[in-house]
Design a protein around this ligand. Structure first.
Ligand code: 8YV
Length: 319
């Protein structure tokens, strides 16, 4: 029997069906999250380790990379990688993989769930029924807005943005998008100005990457352009929206509503957002279905296995 290969796992995959068990079964895992002093743990166990598994929430800093002199592959669970220091990995020739494609449909579905829930007051109505208010209060809940046939603006037309756009055509919506540059293969109108896209849209869906390039891209100006009848939906990363500006715009009635799966300082959600009954707030569950999380786990482990067997990951992050 050959000895199990040693790897480092940065965090516990609580949101994945069997990732922790599979890794523990097949590898000699240094479970970094169990050590109170990570630096000491890396110094003690790091030498000789060639592969590390992580996710966007666990990250992989330059400091961690430096502490692992033999590291050659970082295999991440999830598509986002803004907390992995790609530049530091590239300087050392370390391969980095993520899990694209397998979560596209579920994240796009959730964007739609949020959009319809906000427009048709689904979460509000649910609270109204559960609280016993129905029947006691005269009438019902305030009227919502129609979704079908409206104007859908998408910020970022990558894989997930395109899947959201495709669903929009099924709802007879007019779809436009903004991204760093126009796509030749997209049958939707490109808006070079994000403010113009927001001013045009009824629903503005954020589907960009996270990280410094998109930090606070959805600014006060963009929110005010969206206006009192507009709804902002975010299934991307919290810091893409200037959350303080969003709170102010909502309080001043300068933007209509928001439906958010992600927040600037997760898992902290500002009380001002929680207090607003027009909003729909979810705990970062875009990819959280049994099917998708299983596929993310399979792809993360396939990348790890491929690297250890052939020296190459399957789905490298392309920067
Ligand atoms: C995960 C995600 O829930 O893939 C991503 O980038 O946001 C989600 O699928 C998230 O990575 C949890 O860390």
């Amino acid at each position: 029997m050959t000895a199990k290969q040693r790897i480092i796992q940065v965090g516990s995959y609580a949101g994945s069906p069997t990732a922790n068990d599979r890794l523990a079964r097949d590898y000699d895992v240094v479970e970094l999250w169990k050590y109170p002093d990570r630096k000491a743990a890396l110094a003690e166990h790091g030498t000789g380790i060639t592969a590390l598994v992580t996710s966007a929430s666990f990250g992989c800093t330059a400091e961690m990379i430096e502490a692992l002199p033999d590291l050659k592959a970082i295999c991440s669970w999830g598509v986002g990688y803004e907390t992995l220091d790609i530049a530091a990995a590239q300087r050392r020739g370390i391969q980095v993989s993520n899990t694209p494609d397998v979560l596209t449909d579920c994240v796009a579905d959730l964007a739609w769930g949020l959009m319809i829930a906000a427009a048709r007051r689904i979460a509000y109505g649910d609270r109204f029924v559960r609280s016993g208010a129905w029947g006691q209060v005269h009438g019902s809940i305030p009227l919502g807005s129609r979704v079908s046939g409206k104007k859908l603006g998408i910020v970022g037309l990558g894989r997930i943005g395109q899947a959201i756009a495709k669903r929009g055509t099924g709802f007879d919506m007019d779809v436009r998008y903004h991204s760093r540059r126009p796509r030749d293969d997209a049958p939707y109108r490109y808006e070079a100005s994000l403010v113009d896209l927001a001013a045009w849209a009824d629903f503005l869906v954020v589907a960009t990457v996270g990280g410094p390039a998109t930090y606070h891209l959805i600014s006060r100006e963009v929110l005010e352009a969206l206006g009192p009848k507009g709804t902002i939906i975010n299934i991307a990363r919290g810091p893409v929206i200037d959350e303080a500006a969003l709170i102010q715009a909502l309080q001043a009635g300068k933007v209509g509503s928001a439906a958010l799966d992600v927040f600037e300082h997760e898992p902290k959600v500002p009380d001002e957002l929680k207090a607003n009954d027009n909003l729909v707030l979810l705990p970062h569950i875009g990819s959280a279905t049994y099917e998708t999380r299983s596929e993310m786990e399979n792809l993360m482990i396939a990348n790890l296995e491929s690297f250890l067997a052939t020296g190459k990951v399957i789905t490298p992050v392309t920067e």
